[in-house]
Each structure stands twice: as structure tokens, then as C-alpha cells.
Design a protein around this ligand. Structure first.
Ligand code: HSE
Length: 297
């Protein structure tokens, strides 16, 4: 049996829609072994699909088929600390868990450089799957069927504080509200900020992050689906965050904060209560520069 640890991810980071993401130290764990037939167990009481629609199972099976290796079936155990449908990369964690696990059980025939492509083809974009696999900050272009990317390790002088609402938002719903076309000015607005976000985060020019996190192609539309989201973002800035943005497709709001503001999380929790967002949860994290690892083999 093997045990895989996969990090949560925060995609887009404001303007980098479908292209920039980073990994944080909140984890899902998957145990996996070959088995005649299918057994899927939740090891922490979180309800998961236990049939062939399970994303870890279907992804693992897909990789066996791609490699031309006979697939007997799998026994899978899941610990899901990454909440579902909150913009923290829970489905990408399943995809990466399935791919890394299946690859290991087959004797690692596929290098990570190819797993990143396979994962993006399954998910449709690489901004969660690539950092879930490799950790750190990953800037990617998905061109055709291949991901061109740079992974950067981020210094440990930042906290990533997730404000997690008490409601889900499905990615399909959050993508359906986006316009098909954008004005040229909005394109320029976003591409300049996406480039600035990527280089400022890895180079430590954190004073740029507030401007770099601005976005005109998804957040204005998605904030209408996230009751209290705009107010929560504003509160992050009032409490001293470098940046605040919708994590992935939402509804989580992510703040990037200096470690030199030790009481940020406590204070933002108070702000949420003042805003009437009592059901929201504050979860404080660090960058994960490692990505997915096999803990037990
Ligand atoms: N880039 C994706 C989106 C992330 O914003 O829709 C969620 O899968």
C-alpha cells in the first residue's frame, strides 16, 4: 500500500485566470493498493463517491489505460482536509492523487513532466493541478495539450489566510457567469497585473501585490455569487493584507499577509463577525514548496 499527500492550491491569484496558482500546507491523503475490484473508504467521515465516478479512481484507471497496463481494480482510502467546492483545489488534489498513486503502483513509468500535461487535460486548465503536483508558485500556459510552466519557490515570510464561506460554489457555475469576450483595455489590465503578480511574489516585492491582485475578467462577475465576498476582501486590506483575491473559482477569499502581522487571522475573524459573516471559517496556511509526495511506499 502507498500513501500520498497532496496539497491544497489557490488558483488565479487575482489576474492570472487559468494560468497562475500556488500550493499551501493543507492536505488530502490517499492510500492506494491494487485490488481485484473496487473499494473506496473515507477515513475521516467526509462523504466521497464510492463507485467508479470517484475522481481518484477514474484518474488512476485512466493512467493505467494510457500506459497499456492491465487494470485489476483499486482499494483506495481518503482523508479529505481540503473542503469541497470552496476554491482550494479539491478536485485537482483528487486528480493528482490518482495520477501519482497509479504511476507509483505501476513502477513510475511516467515522469512528472508528463503527469502535469495529463492532469491539465483532465482538469481543462493547469493552475490548480500544476502547483498541486509540484508545489510553490507555478505560472503556466496550457498550449494545445502541453503545459509550459515555471515553478518558483516562495519565501516563508508570507501567510496565506483563507476566509472560507459556509456555502459551496461549483466551478461550473462560477465559470458560467463569465463573459465570452472582454474589452482590450481589460485584457491589458489583466495581462500586466498577472505578469507583475508572478514576478513580485517570487522576488519578494510584496508592495506590488495589492495592484498586482486586481482583476477585471473574473472577480467582478464572481463576487456577485459570493455574498459578503467584496466586504471580506476590503476587510483584509483594512487589516493590513498585502493582497486579497477570490481563491480559484471561489467562494473562498484568500489574503496574502506578512508574517510580521501575527494577529491578522484573529483580527480578520473579528471583522467577519462584524460583517455578519459568522459562518465563515479562517484558516491560516503557509506556502508548500514541495508539492505531492508519496509518504509510504
Ligand atoms: N482557473 C479556474 C477558474 C480555477 O477560475 O475557473 C478553478 O478551477
Amino acid at each position: 500500500m502507498i500513501k500520498i499527500r497532496i496539497p491544497a492550491t489557490s488558483a488565479n491569484i487575482g489576474p492570472g485566470f487559468d494560468s497562475i496558482g500556488l500550493a499551501v500546507n493543507l492536505y488530502n491523503y490517499v492510500t492506494m493498493e491494487e485490488h481485484d475490484g473496487l473499494i473506496i473508504e473515507s477515513m475521516d467521515g467526509v462523504e466521497v463517491p464510492t463507485d467508479e465516478t470517484n475522481l481518484i479512481y477514474s484518474t488512476a484507471k485512466h493512467l493505467y489505460e494510457l500506459c497499456g497496463v492491465t487494470f485489476r481494480g483499486l482499494k483506495i482510502g481518503q482523508i479529505n482536509q481540503i473542503p469541497f467546492a470552496r476554491g482550494l483545489g479539491s478536485s485537482s488534489a483528487c486528480i493528482i492523487g490518482g495520477l501519482k498513486g497509479a504511476n507509483r503502483l505501476m513502477g513510475n513509468p511516467v515522469p512528472d513532466a508528463e503527469l502535469v500535461n495529463i492532469a491539465a487535460r483532465i482538469e481543462g486548465h493547469p493552475d490548480n493541478t500544476a502547483p498541486a503536483l509540484m508545489g510553490g508558485l507555478v505560472t503556466s500556459v496550457f498550449a494545445g495539450s502541453r503545459v509550459y510552466y515555471v515553478k518558483q519557490e516562495i519565501k516563508n515570510d508570507l501567510k496565506f489566510v483563507a476566509l472560507i464561506p459556509d456555502f459551496e460554489l461549483k466551478t461550473s457555475e462560477a465559470r458560467a457567469v463569465l463573459p465570452d469576450a472582454i474589452p482590450r483595455a481589460d485584457g491589458v489590465f489583466n495581462l500586466s497585473r498577472a505578469a507583475l503578480m508572478s514576478v513580485s511574489l517570487y522576488s519578494g516585492n510584496y508592495q506590488n501585490l495589492r495592484v498586482a491582485a486586481e482583476d477585471r475578467i473574473h472577480q467582478p462577475y464572481r463576487l456577485k455569487l459570493i455574498q459578503g465576498g467584496a466586504e471580506a476582501m476590503e476587510a483584509c486590506y483594512n487589516r493590513g493584507a498585502y493582497a486579497a483575491f477570490i481563491s480559484g473559482a471561489g467562494p473562498t477569499i484568500m489574503a496574502i499577509v506578512s508574517t510580521e502581522i501575527p494577529d491578522f487571522s484573529e483580527n480578520i475573524a473579528k471583522s467577519l463577525v462584524e460583517l455578519g459573516l459568522d459562518g465563515w471559517r479562517v484558516h491560516t496556511m503557509e506556502i508548500d514548496n514541495v508539492g505531492t509526495i508519496i509518504e509510504l511506499a
